[in-house]
Design a protein. Sequence first.
Length: 187
Amino acid sequence: MALFTMLVVTAFAIVRMRRLFATVMLAGVFSLLSALLFVVMDAVDVAFTEAAVGAGISTVLMLGTLALTSRVEKRPTHSHFLPLLVVAMTGAVLIYGTMDMPNFGSPDAPPQVHVAPEYLEQSPHEIGVPNVVTAILASYRGFDTLGETAVVFAAGIGVLFLISGLRTRREDDAADDNENGREGGEA
């Protein structure tokens, strides 16, 4: 409950914040809190991905973008009612979609009854890896794990492009400053 409380407080702080740097930092904190929540729920692979992509690479990308934009959010000129309505309706649909889910950790849930016993029984013989979680991630869900790796790789390439664009922009600004300085000195 403490993690959920911190997530909600962080989300409200993000919504109320007008300084973009603070918003990016709080979004990184939100991702780290989410990763902690995933660890508590024994989803360490998801927690690792959330920490790497959500808190790590996304924060770096947002900071790189922030270097290319303004520092303060502009006040919206439209009403807040329509976005609030869209968020409320989306939340209601998501809550409705979870109504028939089994309780968390329920022993008679479909994954516990159908899939998990099969993995536990067959993984050591089919894969030859003693750790069942590693066997599932590396073999059974290999394409999914490859997709997660591709996302991390693409985000890293995006960071490199942002950094190279920022360096080029700063060099162009420095060249413009030098030219303006010479023209001002000649006049």
